[in-house]
Design a protein around this ligand. Structure first.
Ligand code: NAD
Ligand code: UDP
Length: 350
């Protein structure tokens, strides 16, 4: 695992890393088993860190806390197998790891459009930095890509061989094109440097630890419903999404990482059950017993009209499929937000 004698919160130069690799070669028992999770203090990242610790892995969580928080990983701090490093992945990283997951990137439109240039840098420079590290260490690296690479799709549902319909100069482009360029880099490092790299394309995922104010549809609607405020539907609510519960998603990430080095993807991960935004609002009102009403607001630009993953590849390659239905997953997420909104920090439900 991570060598405690080393200061992971200071950056190790190439030489010291080489020295350590040499030391490791001469001691077979010292193989690095630690897992680096970039973006590990975010919504998905914190669930992944938890899962890896449950699987008896050592975890190095790397995050710049832009949208992530210490609160997300509070329960892990103090666990000797867990380390937290405040670092921005747009600058190179030299640490030991046996595997690397790259989840670092704000995921909600509100957050990734806050500083679009930084979003592109995080996607592109971040990908280069995790790939360079994986190349140096000769370890697997998995990229959390997104269904946004399909843009506003012309095929339905979306399979991995669809090339997408993305606006290169719009408000969402920093995220969409940034993620597309990251995929390009992943496949060029595979072809050019033989890096055992993997790409999964994640479709809308929800669950506990989404931020209450991140502007995403599930968190917005649940918070609005619990506070009996109007539910803000953008457009006519006829657009669709397919929502995957976080535990299902994490299971797929772990299975993808466990595939042999020559399996690269890309693989779609999501729950193919598709629902309109309006129906989602009605379902959340029902599950919360809320008195909220629907309020219609303008549709943001380039908002995809429909989205549903074709997960045949994930089923075949990973033996994976979602197991938690929308009602069940929403009930768990609502319970989380009820607790959160009652907590000292929010107090919104008291
Ligand atoms: P999130 O915003 O909660 O997590 C992202 C994490 O990355 C945060 O902790 C943030 O502080 C960190 N981060 C951002 N920029 C960084 C940088 N430059 N250096 C280091 N850390 C940085 O989002 P999430 O929902 O957990 O998404 C995680 C990953 O999964 C993202 O890459 C996202 O694009 C991808 N994804 C998520 C979804 C979804 O529905 N949640 C869908 C598709 C893809
Ligand atoms: N949306 C909405 N009301 C909200 C937040 C989002 O109607 O308060 C819509 C949004 O326009 C989009 C869908 O819900 O059509 C999903 O939005 P989200 O930002 O969660 O994810 P993404 O657009 O990235 O799939």
């Amino acid at each position: 695992g991570f060598d405690d004698s080393r200061k992971i919160d200071s950056f190790l130069g190439h030489d010291s890393l080489e020295t350590q690799r040499h030391a490791r070669r001469s001691n077979r028992n010292a193989a690095v088993t630690g897992v680096l999770v970039a973006g590990g203090a975010g919504f998905l990242g914190s669930h992944l860190c938890e899962r890896l610790l449950r699987d008896n892995k050592e975890v190095l969580c790397v995050d710049n806390f832009f949208t992530g928080s210490r609160r997300n990983v509070d329960q892990l701090i103090g666990n000797p197998a867990f380390k937290l490093l405040n670092h921005d992945i747009t600058t190179p990283l030299r640490v030991e790891a046996g595997e690397i997951y790259n989840l670092a990137c704000p995921a909600s439109p509100k957050h990734y459009q806050f500083d679009p240039v930084q979003t592109t840098k995080t996607n592109v420079l971040g990908a280069i930095n995790v790939l360079d590290l994986a190349r140096l260490l000769k370890v697997k690296v998995l990229q959390a890509s997104t269904s946004e690479v399909y843009g506003d799709p012309h095929t339905h549902p979306q399979a991995e061989d669809y090339w997408g319909n993305v606006n290169p100069i719009g408000a969402r482009s920093c995220y969409d094109e940034g993620k597309r360029c990251a995929e390009t880099l992943f496949f060029d490092y595979i072809r050019q440097y033989d890096v055992p790299a993997k790409v999964v394309r994640i479709f809308n995922t929800y669950g506990p630890r989404m931020q209450p104010d991140d502007g995403r549809v599930v968190s917005n609607f649940i918070v609005q419903a619990l506070c009996n405020q109007d539910i803000t539907i953008y457009g006519d609510g006829g657009q669709t999404r397919s929502f995957c519960y976080v535990d299902d998603l994490i299971e797929a990430l772990v299975r993808m990482m466990a595939t042999p080095a020559d399996i690269h993807g890309p693989v779609n991960i999501g729950n193919p059950v598709e629902i309109t935004v309006r129906h989602l609002a009605e379902l959340i009102i029902e599950l919360t017993g809320s008195s909220s009403r629907l309020e219609f607001r303008p549709l943001p630009t380039d908002d995809p009209r429909q989205r549903q993953p074709d997960i045949a590849k994930a089923r075949a390659l990973l033996g994976w499929g979602p197991s938690i239905g929308l009602r069940d997953g929403l009930a768990r997420t609502i319970a989380y937000f009820e607790d959160l909104l009652r907590s000292d920090e929010y107090g919104a439900l008291r």
